[in-house]
Design a protein around this ligand. Structure first.
Ligand SMILES: NC(=O)C1=CN([C@@H]2O[C@H](COP(=O)(O)OP(=O)(O)OC[C@H]3O[C@@H](n4cnc5c(N)ncnc54)[C@H](OP(=O)(O)O)[C@@H]3O)[C@@H](O)[C@H]2O)C=CC1
Ligand SMILES: CC(=O)N[C@@H](CCC(=O)OP(=O)(O)O)C(=O)O
Length: 303
């Protein structure tokens, strides 16, 4: 039996990559929509009604509108946007978050994918809060650099034009849209300082959480807590750092996320770094992983 899947926004950056991952699958029938009618409510309603699962790859307002269009249908929804990530009626689409996360996704009608930066930040912070190695009210800093596809078609066009800078920092007013979901799903009571940046490379990202060490919080202890948390997970690994460079593009075109803990016990300073593909585990890969979990098929299919 084939499942019907509608990708709303399939011509966008995230949508295209989901399509590529699904179009060769025998167990999935993709529902197409006439490109000229891709923003037409009637055409989208018909597609929602025909779908077992709809994947929203839309700006936030359009995602909210799509959910309203589908509200009386049985269609299950995966939303790649920011619109529903802290809504308790939606399952949070990070299966590796905690013991119950995968089952919640499997049984959910509504699943909200984490943002790309949030995936890296939550992957680091949530297990360390759960292990008592980061206090919920600790003042944390999150530094990150992303490839420019993270900004969707508009930022891609800027870089394609050759007019965009080699590197820029942003989010300086500390209102980045990922901060609420990081706090809720990592278990932080105090807002972290978030310092994102974009570099002149298409995809890939590194998310860093610097931590001061103490008697309780050692490099070995941090590594062991993360290792324990992710033991047996297929797409998240905790690796030994070499003390050398970490390259944000290392996991491009995969659904993997790699965490390393490095620092110096003598000066008491360490950095925990997550590397992932913003379009892989940070968006399209995660959506396909969640789809697989919702359909009850092998979680790694087409990833
Ligand atoms: N890029 C990334 O790394 C990540 C993106 N996301 C999220 O995924 C979602 C999609 O982002 P991304 O793919 O980057 O964005 P893009 O700008 O690349 O694509 C968005 C797509 O949505 C279409 N669209 C816009 N409004 C409507 C509407 N009212 N009805 C139907 N289609 C519409 C656009 O069509 P048109 O171009 O014709 O306007 C476009 O094809 C966003 O919410 C984003 O925040 C999540 C994680 C990472
Ligand atoms: C480089 C860049 O611009 N990145 C985007 C986040 C990309 C992402 O994860 O998007 P959603 O949260 O919308 O899903 C930003 O900072 O707004």
């Amino acid at each position: 039996m084939a499942y019907s899947v509608f990708i709303d926004g399939e011509a966008g950056t995230t949508g295209l990559q989901i399509r590529e991952r699904l179009e060769t699958r025998g167990d999935i029938r993709l529902i197409g929509i006439d490109p000229a009618r891709r923003k037409d409510a009637d055409a989208r309603c018909e597609a929602f009604a025909a779908a077992d699962v709809a994947i929203l790859c839309l700006p936030d307002d359009a995602a909210r509108e799509a959910v309203a269009l589908a509200q009386d249908l049985d269609t299950r929804i995966i939303d790649a946007s920011t619109a529903h990530r802290v809504d308790p009626d939606w399952a949070f689409g990070f299966p590796e978050l905690n013991a119950g996360a995968r089952d919640r996704i499997a049984g959910a009608k509504l699943v909200s994918n984490p943002g790309c930066y949030s995936t890296g930040a939550i992957a680091i912070i949530a297990p360390l809060v759960a292990a008592g190695l980061i206090a919920p009210d600790e003042g944390l800093t999150i530094n990150a650099v992303s490839g420019y596809t993270g900004g969707g078609k508009a930022l891609i066009a800027e870089y394609d034009s050759g007019e965009a800078p080699a590197h820029f920092v942003y989010g300086l007013t500390q209102r980045h849209k990922h901060i609420p979901e990081i706090m809720v799903h990592a278990g932080l009571d105090r807002q972290p300082i978030f310092a994102p940046a974009v570099g002149n490379f298409a995809q890939g990202m590194a998310v860093q959480v610097p931590l001061f060490l103490n008697e309780r919080r050692t490099i070995d202890g941090l590594t062991a807590a993360l290792d324990d948390h992710y033991a047996g997970q297929r797409f998240v690994e905790v690796a030994q750092g070499s003390g050398a460079r970490i390259v944000p593009t290392d996991l491009n075109n995969t659904n993997c996320l790699r965490i390393t803990v490095q620092g110096d016990a003598q000066n008491g300073c360490a950095t925990v770094v997550a590397v992932l593909d913003n379009l892989g585990k940070g968006a399209s890969g995660a959506a396909v992983q969640n789809l697989n979990i919702m359909l009850g098929v092998d979680e790694g299919l087409s990833l």
